[in-house]
Structure formats: C-alpha cells, structure tokens
Design a protein around this ligand. Structure first.
Ligand SMILES: NC(=O)c1ccc[n+]([C@@H]2O[C@H](COP(=O)([O-])OP(=O)(O)OC[C@H]3O[C@@H](n4cnc5c(N)ncnc54)[C@H](O)[C@@H]3O)[C@@H](O)[C@H]2O)c1
Length: 325
C-alpha cells in the first residue's frame, strides 16, 4: 500500500523520527548536510524542487521557505530549528499551512560544548597540548606543573545568563561537577539573580540568552568590569550579546582570567583580531549544536508534529496554531 503523503526532506533526518515520517509518507530524503559544496536552496530553487517531487509535506533546516514555495499545495512545513526564521510564517499562516519548529533540539549538545570549553579554558588544555606537540614540555626552564596550575571547578560559582533549554541543560551538568549555579533570566521564575549580582558573584559567567533588543550588547565594558578578577567568560550563545573589543580589553588587562567563545559576528573572527593572539582564549566556530543527537532530536520533534497535524491535532511545537482552529 503506498503512503498517502509525499515528503521532501532537505534537513538531516534520522532515527525514530525518520521511521515515523516513513510511516506517514513516501520520503525523499536529500539533506543539505551531505552536499559539497554547501547547498542551501533559495525560495525559487526550493519551489522548483517541491514541485518536481510532488511533495505535500516539506521538512527543511536552512532552505528559504518563502514566496513561491508557499504557492505549492503543502499540508505542513517542518523547520528543524528552534527559531523557524527561514520560513515566512506570516505568509504560510495566510495560506493555512501549519509550520512546525524544533525547540531545544540542540540544548544538550550546546551544554556539553559549554562544559568542554570550560574545562579546556580552566585547565589550559590547548596550550598544554601544543607544548607536547612542539616538544616544549620544559619551556623556559619550567616544568608543566608550574605553568599549568588552575583552581578546580568544584566549589566555584557559575552564573548563567539565560535559563531556557540550553541554560537548564548546562545548569545540571555544572551542578554535577560540584559547582554552585546561579542564574539571571527575567522570564524564568527559578532564576533568582539580577545581572549585577550574578556578575559580582560568579567565578564563571556563561551566556545562554537569545539576542533581543534587551540582550544585544548586554555584556559591555561596565559589566566585564563588574566581574571578579580572574573570572572566566563563556559564550556559546551569540556574539551579539557582548562587546568583543571590550572583552579583548578585559582579557588584555589581566582582569578576566580567560574566555571561550563559540560564535562570532558574521560567523568568523578576523585573523588579526586581538583575541586570536591570546593564549587564555578558546575559540570554536559555532559547533555547539553539531551532534548527531541534535538531528535525531529535531527529526522526532518534527515527525511527531507532522503526525499530529495530519491527524487534526495541535502539537506543542506548532508555530501558527490559528491555522488549525
Ligand atoms: N552555539 C550553538 O551552536 C547554539 C545552538 C543552539 C542555540 N544557541 C544559542 O543559545 C542561546 C539559548 O538558546 P536556547 O535554545 O536555550 O533558547 P531558549 O529560548 O530555550 O532560552 C533562552 C532563555 O533566555 C531567556 N532570556 C530572554 N531575555 C533575557 C534577558 N534579558 N536576560 C537573561 N535571559 C533572558 C529566556 O527567558 C529563555 O529562558 C541562544 O542565543 C541561541 O541562539 C547556540
């Protein structure tokens, strides 16, 4: 018996979610992540592909779902992102097309990278590794034990700015390491600290808020100054939350002990930026969510949502519930 629906899936899709979707539709699985060079469809390209596949179910991650794509007779659109900003939700709603999203899909992945960066920074892992590779273990007449001492994390205080999916996933991990965790989040009742109090108390400040009018540049020179001498600053959220030049100054002056960053404006850091030359800085290129589990998580969220929508129900991850009322 052939499935009733036909799904074009250009997102990575795996695991239980893929099996669920295969039970609902004939699936054309052609994920962007398998393409070299990178292939992200614009709206015209995606509209052509949707039409040629005869799809009535569309699942994407980064392709543009706007304009002509929404002229197709789609029953449902799944955007495998927390924020489905690649979809023109207003236009989809006007055409009565349900749009699904995948909140929290990468929370564990980002939280794990946050912990990895914290350890790498605090225990000087990259510098120590480099000394071994260069056979400079006894550099400058010292032994490594002299150069690479650190305070242990257990017993220290971590301050989380933002206590949503990633913040919560980071919180229990840090508590598991023996850290005291405090948080600032005006919209989460369990977050008890003002930003000022958090900055004054935390040995480690870790950013987990989205970029909004309220949070853009929230960590500037004044806030960095409020942090403790030797404090560590982590940002696995978005670079727009901090003033990068002020951060470089706070590190260069010796006030901050170090920083670890997983995101940069425009997705890159110029090679001549002061941060690049600092040995108490760890830099990664926006890989927080890059786990296979992220893909499995969004697959399940989107496939379960599609099943519910096709059954006339309203799943929790439906962005525009008004289309089903
Ligand atoms: N590095 C990566 O690969 C990666 C992957 C996923 C998410 N992220 C980033 O991580 C951040 C958190 O993502 P999430 O999935 O946890 O989002 P989320 O929406 O689940 O949580 C965000 C939290 O921030 C809080 N918040 C809003 N305004 C605030 C403010 N003024 N001060 C403090 N907190 C505030 C919200 O109340 C919410 O609890 C986002 O910036 C996101 O872009 C990065």
């Amino acid at each position: 018996m052939s499935a009733k629906h036909r799904a074009l899936v250009t997102a990575p899709f795996r695991g239980e979610g893929l099996e669920t979707l295969r039970g609902l539709a004939d699936v054309v699985l052609d994920p962007w992540i398998d393409q070299q060079p990178l292939r992200i469809y614009n709206s015209e390209q995606l509209a052509e592909r949707v039409e040629s596949e005869g799809a009535d179910v569309l699942v994407v991650e980064s392709d543009s779902v706007k304009g002509p794509v929404l002229d197709a007779p789609l029953r449902v659109i799944g955007s495998c992102r927390g924020d489905p900003n690649n979809v023109d939700v207003v236009a989809a709603t006007a055409r009565g097309i349900p749009v699904l999203r995948a909140p929290g899909r990468n929370a564990d992945g980002v939280a794990e990278l946050t912990v990895a960066l914290l350890f790498a920074l605090n225990r000087h892992v990259l510098r120590a590794d480099a000394d071994v590779r260069r056979d400079e273990v006894y550099a400058g007449g010292t032994i490594p034990y002299q150069r690479f001492r650190a305070w242990q994390l257990a017993g220290r205080t971590a301050g989380l700015v933002g206590l949503g999916a990633v913040g919560r996933a980071t919180s229990w991990r840090l508590e598991g390491l023996g850290m005291r965790v405090i948080a600032h989040d005006p919209y989460a009742p369990e977050a008890t600290h003002s930003l000022d109090d958090l900055l004054a108390e935390a040995d480690v400040v870790s950013m987990h808020a989205p970029v909004t009018a309220e949070t853009a540049g929230v960590i500037g020179a004044t806030q960095l100054e409020q942090m403790q001498d030797g404090a560590l600053y982590l940002n696995t959220a978005r670079a727009a939350l901090h003033d990068t030049d002020a951060l470089a100054d706070a590190l260069a002056s010796g006030h901050l002990g170090g920083a670890a960053l997983d995101h940069f404006e425009g997705e890159h850091l110029p090679v001549d930026h002061p941060l690049v030359g600092m040995c108490n800085v760890v830099l990664t290129p926006h890989i927080g969510g890059a786990t296979y589990d992220t893909e499995a998580n969004h697959s399940k969220l989107i496939a379960d949502g599609i099943a519910a929508v096709l059954a006339g129900e309203q799943p929790h991850n439906l962005v525009n519930p008004e289309v089903l009322t």
